[in-house]
Design a protein around this ligand. Structure first.
Ligand code: SF4
Ligand code: SF4
Length: 427
């Protein structure tokens, strides 16, 4: 990023920085499925400049355009000026939320994300009644609606809910008799839906004799709210998490996050969000140095890789998808592969960097047609590998890829790398 953080949100400066080279256009997720200049990084930047200069009203048409970006950051990676188009679109979505309000069901969802006790009750109720409305597939933690509704097509695959959340399953402090200690930030999907990820992370830490602190008061990182422009929720959860992390950070070596989007939100986006609150920005910067994606820290800071090398080889073939928030935002892609390849044969898909098309709450609801279209090429390239398992350290990717594979008839199973590693350790 060439512009200082303070200037980036002055949209016309960012728009002026674009040299219109078009290098971003072939990699842009929305442009691939909606090939129009207005839905391209260059087009978004032009419109943002016009909005800042008072030449564009934030009308329904502009709202539709700015909400069609997947925030995948593919454009940032190839841009010679490193223009953070995703960041400025996240910012304008706050203006859109002010202008149009936020849909009631998103508000209700974000309210849950602000209060863990409410979330616990809602998900428990969801677990109790999910079999009434959905057919559950336990082996993939997924479910399909029994009845067709506008956002609940019967063919659509959703993550099923677990009976007990990860954080409510274990004591807060787990003594593995070790001299080292880490905290775990689990993320909402792994806490309520894909709870096997947290179980697996604890098994790995037990093998390594590293004590675990579950940090049970943690709140949602607020990524879903940030991507939707609900900055009140971001402000509340981010400040809470920063203060909470500060309260125990001296007692732990690291805060491990087995989720790319949560980790990117904590480590990178909190600082962007607090661009106009310098004290909080400085606090976020300091505390988030302790936050690491789980595979990154386990690969670089422990002997896990050599322990895995002593274990049996597994006959299953694994292909790895690079979550945008892991590789493009945090540079993490070799670490999960280093660990997985110790016990599994790996085959690369034709383009592991292509965005899976999750895109956030709006993309998964009002603009689901775009998410569905963006998921198809990813499902096809996974199917073409013939792999038994597709892996990615991101439960948003898991939800989207499971759905895309279901629609394409691809039978590959999805597992977080942490789950594959824990399985290998049992051999
Ligand atoms: S963040 Fe992704 S979808 Fe949005 S403009 Fe950039 S490449 Fe396109
Ligand atoms: S790659 Fe960067 S400079 Fe080139 S058109 Fe895209 S946003 Fe503008």
């Amino acid at each position: 990023m060439n512009l200082p953080l303070d200037n980036i949100f002055n949209f016309n400066e960012t728009a002026d920085d674009c040299v219109k080279c078009g290098k971003c256009i072939p990699v842009c997720t929305i442009h691939m499925i909606n090939p129009d200049e207005t839905t391209s990084p260059r087009g978004f930047l032009d419109l943002l400049g016009a909005y800042k200069n008072g030449q564009l009203d934030l009308d329904q048409n502009a709202k539709d355009i700015f909400e069609s970006c997947f925030l995948c950051t593919a454009c940032v990676e190839v841009c010679p000026k490193s223009i953070p188009t995703d960041m400025v679109i996240e910012q304008v979505r706050a203006d859109i939320a002010q202008e149009f309000g936020i849909a009631w069901y998103k508000k209700a969802f974000f309210l849950l994300l602000r209060h863990r006790w409410m979330n616990d009750i809602a998900f428990k109720l969801g677990w109790t009644f999910q079999t009434c409305g959905f057919k559950i597939k336990a082996e993939t933690n997924s479910m399909n609606s029994r009845i067709a509704l506008p956002m609940l097509k019967t063919s659509r695959v959703f993550p099923s809910l677990s009976k007990t959340s990860f954080l409510n399953t274990y004591p807060e402090n787990i003594d593995n008799g070790g001299k080292r200690k880490v905290a775990i930030f689990i993320g909402c999907l792994a806490n309520y839906n894909y709870t096997g990820i947290g179980d697996a992370l604890l098994e790995i830490l037990e093998t390594l004799e590293i004590d675990a602190f579950l940090a049970k008061s943690q709140k949602c990182c607020s990524a879903p709210a940030y991507f939707t422009g609900d900055f009140d929720t971001v402000d509340s959860n981010a400040k809470f998490n920063i203060e909470y992390f500060e309260s125990f950070s001296r007692d732990v070596e690291a805060i491990l996050v087995p989720e790319a989007t949560c980790s990117a939100m904590l480590k990178v986006d909190y600082e962007h969000y607090f661009h106009d609150q310098p004290d909080w920005r400085a606090r976020a910067k300091v505390i988030m140095d302790k936050v690491h994606m789980a595979t990154e820290w386990l690969d670089s800071q422990t002997e896990l890789s050599s322990i895995l090398a002593t274990k049996d080889k597994d006959a299953r073939i694994v292909t790895y998808h690079n979550p945008c928030h892991a590789k493009k935002v945090q540079g993490i892609h070799e670490e999960p592969r280093n660990l997985i390849k110790q016990n599994y044969k790996m085959v690369e898909m034709s383009d592991p960097d292509t965005c899976c098309g999750f895109g956030g709450v709006t993309m998964q609801t009002e603009k689901y047609r775009f998410a569905e279209a963006a998921g198809k090429p990813k499902a096809a390239m996974i199917g073409a590998t013939g792999a038994d398992v597709v892996s990615a350290e991101c439960s948003a990717c898991r939800m989207q890829i499971n759905n895309a594979m279901g629609g394409a008839g691809v039978t590959t199973i999805f597992k977080n790398p942490i789950e594959l590693i824990a399985e290998a350790l049992k051999d």
